[in-house]
Design a binder for this molecule. Structure first.
Ligand code: ADP
Ligand code: MG
Length: 312
């Protein structure tokens, strides 16, 4: 039996109205199709302006699609918006709160909005999960940025949706808070929640997500398990320390790049389909140098990203 996807996006197009008279409309999504499998942490990765928030906001019902379709937990967002919305919790990129409500009230109000009877609400459990129980009676405006983000996550989970979507949860967030948010997201995922997060941090996607889609200029350019995506990086980098000062870079056909980074240190980038580390070292030796030290760097997501999105 094939498990249906948590989210199915089919040929989604979004054209924003022109910003002014005489200006062209902005095509933010150019026919994006992608499935988010159930049960994982799915990363939607892309540079600023790629169309990530547009996609998320269409799922959230905040932006109207131009064409194409999307299903959330099997419910079409246009034909069955109520059930679609009930199946997803969304933490928007922008933090917006009524400053005069307390965290407890924010969650209670949201529970009321979803018609959840008082006795069945999870406000206490959720505030404890995001470590805001001691702040339950503080005004939202007095919370720190990090606390507000955690409160937004709790708010998104009030109706116990099977899918949680976080739009740039760690943009502009310090290291400690980022770690806390990652932990919270992993915990929720372990409890069975399918998580989707958008980010322009490669490292974040690499560490957190088991599957990554890359979007650039409104187009999907990759969609793969994280390991496979990283494996797509063909370039490898080897740094060689030699026994005497280098006269100049040793450039060979087998290399993509060779750069002298210190008088006795050479950084060589090669295509692993065309050469091996052993060959690289023999070439250096054939130029009359003895090798004193070697370090290699595995391809990471950044390499893939640069290859796929091109320079600049
Ligand atoms: P991301 O979240 O990946 O940074 P967005 O979805 O916010 O990207 O934006 C995608 C493109 O659509 C950008 O070029 C942005 O300027 C444009 N855009 C976003 N929102 C609007 C809007 N409300 N009206 C017009 N253009 C918009
Ligand atoms: Mg965005």
């Amino acid at each position: 039996m094939v498990t249906p996807p948590a989210i199915r996006i089919d040929n989604l197009v979004k054209e924003y109205a022109p910003p002014g008279p005489g200006e062209p409309p902005k095509l933010a999504l150019k026919g994006v199709s992608v499935d988010v499998p159930q049960g994982g942490i799915f990363g939607l990765l892309g540079p600023n302006g790629a169309g990530k928030s547009t996609l998320i906001n269409i799922l959230a019902g905040l932006v109207t699609k131009t064409s194409g379709s999307a299903e959330i937990w099997g419910f079409d967002i246009t034909d069955n918006p109520r059930n679609a919305k009930r199946s997803i919790g969304i933490v928007p990129q922008e933090i917006v709160f009524d400053p005069f409500f307390t965290p407890f009230e924010v969650l209670e109000n949201q529970g009321g909005f979803y018609g959840i009877p008082k006795a069945e609400r999870r406000s206490e459990e959720l505030l404890k999960a995001v470590r805001l129980w001691d702040k339950r009676d503080a005004y939202a405006r007095t919370l720190s940025g990090g606390m507000k983000r955690r409160l937004l996550i709790a708010k998104a989970m009030v109706h116990s949706p099977p899918i949680l979507v976080l739009d740039e949860p760690t943009a502009g967030v310090d290291v400690e808070l980022r770690r806390q948010l990652w932990e919270l997201v992993t915990d929720l995922n372990r409890e069975g929640v399918t998580v989707v997060l958008t980010t322009h941090y490669l490292e974040e996607a690499e560490q957190l997500c088991d599957r990554i889609a890359i979007i650039d200029h409104g187009e999907l350019i990759a969609d793969k398990p994280t390991g496979e995506l990283i494996g797509m990086a063909r370039e490898k980098i080897v740094t060689v320390t030699v026994d005497k000062d280098l006269g100049g870079p040793i450039m060979e056909e087998a290399f993509v790049r060779a750069e002298v980074i210190e008088p006795r240190k050479l950084e060589i980038t090669y295509d692993r389909d065309k050469a091996s580390a052993g060959q690289v070292l023999s070439i250096v030796q054939s130029h009359g140098y003895s090798i004193e030290d070697v370090t290699t760097r595995e391809a990471d997501l950044e390499d893939v990203f640069v290859q796929l999105t091109g320079p600049g």
